[in-house]
Design a protein around this ligand. Sequence first.
Ligand code: FAD
Length: 474
Amino acid sequence: MTNTDTRPEALGEATLGELAQALRGELLRPGDPSYDDARSIWNGAHDKKPALIIRCRGVADVLRGVEFARSEGLTLALRGGGHSIPGFSTCDGGLVLDLSPMTGIRVDPDRRRVVAQAGCLWADVDAESQAFGLALTGGLVSTTGIAGFTLGGGIGWLVRRCGLTCDNLVAADVVTADGQYLRVSKDEHPDLFWAIRGGGGNFGVVTSFEYRVHDVGPTVFAGAVFYHGEDAAQVLRGFGEAAAGAADELSLAINLTTAPPVPFLPEAVHGKPVVAVLGVWSGRADDGDAATQPFRALAPVVADLFGPMPYVAMQTLIDPLYPRELSNYFRSAFFDDLGEETIDALMSSYGQAPNGLSELHVHHLGGAMGRVPADATAFGTRDKPYVLNVVARTPGTEGFDGVTEWARSACSALGPNAASYVNFTGEASEDRVRASYPPATYARLVAVKDRYDPTNLFRLNQNIAPTGPSAQRS
Ligand SMILES: Cc1cc2nc3c(=O)[nH]c(=O)nc-3n(C[C@H](O)[C@H](O)[C@H](O)COP(=O)(O)OP(=O)(O)OC[C@H]3O[C@@H](n4cnc5c(N)ncnc54)[C@H](O)[C@@H]3O)c2cc1C
């Protein structure tokens, strides 16, 4: 961190007392009974100790927290669902502005709109919107926060039908570094509205999101089919052929993984390499069997769990496989096709997987996401039909460097210059941030950053550094 940060011990009791008095939510400090719970985030690789945590109850607390961090020169971390892979939603010695208590949601079924406060998780938004048979592209794991997810883009089981999550954002309320409270939309502060759809948490604190929602389910045809790991190349090849003709209502991913000891898989494969093809047909449920069939006969089947199910059930199906507290590193690479060269690269990385927690996720993109013009939002890469997300994990810190290295090389194997996706990137080196945006998009993001956050108050993120002399560096 920059050496201009205030040392927390320099904050006087009177100053902190005044801050606590002014808040509706709690101000937590080391030693408070709930401090340890409140400081932890999903990724156990980041065990940090902030000096202060504000658990915001509303916009007023966010305004006060931003003001306090700015005036006291504190490092500022923003937290929604706490799923940041690089651990940006915590910090050592600074202030965490935790919006997770802000979970209000209003669904307007007639206008097909959902307004959700920034502390909501996908479980919250899915439950409220599905009460009206509505949904938008959300996380594959329901405990992920809507805030970081939306601001980075948002890839989920409706991405080919409804676009990225950020493509469904119609407006947001934002607290800027200088304490303004702005509503942004295509007609209000359009530059900021453009930047927060893909540019991450660089530009201000979003306190609420207004989304367009779509008729989905409540019953969809969804699930997973499992194949033996030894058939992985055949599955990848067949998937590529079938995907070329897939309808937008079908969003699928491939997971090259190790079979967990779960009752729905035969014991004979537990702990062995398996390939899962999983996802959602969100068209008419009756058409789902036929639409998914080409992907469920790619090789001899270990288990086929596709069938009609509530959309909310699919949205929580894989939650148990991604528990808190493991050490995690993700790395991503967009790519063009599942041709032989790509299959060889993926198979080689799969063969070198360092442990049973290491996974290669291939998400099939395109459809509605690919039809949004490249310059309509700040999201970096729309013209590639696939993105690889390498999930590298260890139970504790032992061996973590090794799995991280494996994830890096699995991505470089797809091309040294492959574009990354900010939300699937476990680090924030300048080259990774630049790899997430085409040069023109990056330049435009810098201009918006210069305008709304010239001192880089919001720098714990995939940082777009401002150009001014007063800018602090991450
Ligand atoms: C288990 C798991 C599953 C995932 N699945 C998917 C998936 O299916 N698709 C996908 O696209 N991504 C997925 N991701 C990645 C996910 O999108 C990012 O990690 C995202 O940042 C998480 O958002 P959050 O609010 O939970 O995180 P947080 O850690 O709370 O926030 C992450 C960052 O977002 C910014 N931020 C948070 N809140 C605000 C705010 N109110 N205003 C401004 N900036 C803010 C800050 O920079 C913060 O550091 C997954 C991650 C995990 C850990």
